[in-house]
Ligand binder design. Sequence first.
Ligand SMILES: NC(=O)c1ccc[n+]([C@@H]2O[C@H](COP(=O)([O-])OP(=O)(O)OC[C@H]3O[C@@H](n4cnc5c(N)ncnc54)[C@H](O)[C@@H]3O)[C@@H](O)[C@H]2O)c1
Length: 360
Amino acid sequence: MNNKLKIGIIGLGGIGYSAHMKAFNEIENCEIAALCDIDPSKFERFRKEYGFNNFYTDYKSMLKKEALDAVVVGTSNDTHKDISIFALESGVAVLCEKPVSRNKNEAFEIQKVIDETSKKFMVGQCFRFRNQTEKIQEIIREDKLGEIYYCHGSYIRQRGIPGYGTWFTDKKRAGGGVILDLGVHLIDYVWFLLGKPAFKTVSAYTYGGIGKRLASGEMIGFKGSAWPPTYSGLEKNIFDVEEMASIFIRFKNNVAFHLEVAWAMNIDKASSGGAIFGSKGSVTLNPVIYTHEDKDNMVSEELPFKLEPSHRNQARKFIQFLNGEIDNPAPIDDALKIMHVLDAVYESARQKKEISINTK
Ligand SMILES: NC(=O)c1ccc[n+]([C@@H]2O[C@H](COP(=O)([O-])OP(=O)(O)OC[C@H]3O[C@@H](n4cnc5c(N)ncnc54)[C@H](O)[C@@H]3O)[C@@H](O)[C@H]2O)c1
């Protein structure tokens, strides 16, 4: 008997192709049964590379015709809510890409339908599924850091605006820029590693001037970028989101967290990473370096871990969650809190002042 879970993937762009198709194709206990994108030109590489042939241009038809157990929503941010709700109401479980929505209100609407339908819903916060996560959690659990008081994180590209001139840089469709694209990863990850403490305040600064200059059509350093600007007709002048943000978060337990994210910055090279600092030691996020006191000296040791694609780990966790083997590793309640914080981040930048948050 074939009791593999049947998965449909909606959105066959960057993440659908490079992460979800590959991940679900590689793991056990599931099979990819149908694929969907409004743009049929996206089908070709799935035909060629995977010999796949069951495509739809309308996710509603796909959900009506196919007996799917779950769908992956890997479309532009403006569509996450409607597609997720339609899937849940069709009796199908959902793995929805981050950010779960453009704002807190949309996340709240999704949460309501999850409650009404009792269908399973997980958010693609893929950092949580990195192999080093358990290692970092173990260091914290064993009290090797002492009293944790500060964290920092950064995700900075020199020239790397994804999908410049498409939905990515259109605030109406994306909900925001680098904060919703990269900031959401770091904020969720550090909060998760800290054991999800209550948020207290946020203060943020944002900037979007480099992206705006690109709208003039000059390359201003983007020629060799891994994300070259994709001018697509009339959309090419749209850049009304932030490309850089500096964010300071206080938690109610008196831990502070500073992060910097940028799609474009006039910096010598790209970098990403972070660390959690305690009274007895610290641990970095990637690679995992544990630094601590050893009598009169300071010692740093790099802790090895198996490096596997986080999207494959995520897909495996999703299947385990659907099969009832584990609890939801990235539930909507967490995503709703994070969207609440991100709304406050934008509000703080707009008002140029610290904002209180009460996510309960
Ligand atoms: N977890 C990660 O590391 C990660 C990385 C990249 C992107 N993402 C997220 O994945 C999502 C997609 O990003 P991307 O880079 O793949 O974007 P993309 O623009 O490359 O691809 C999106 C695809 O969705 C399709 N689409 C849009 N509306 C649709 C609809 N109603 N029905 C079916 N298809 C539709 C588009 O035609 C496009 O092919 C975003 O929410 C983004 O934040 C996550």
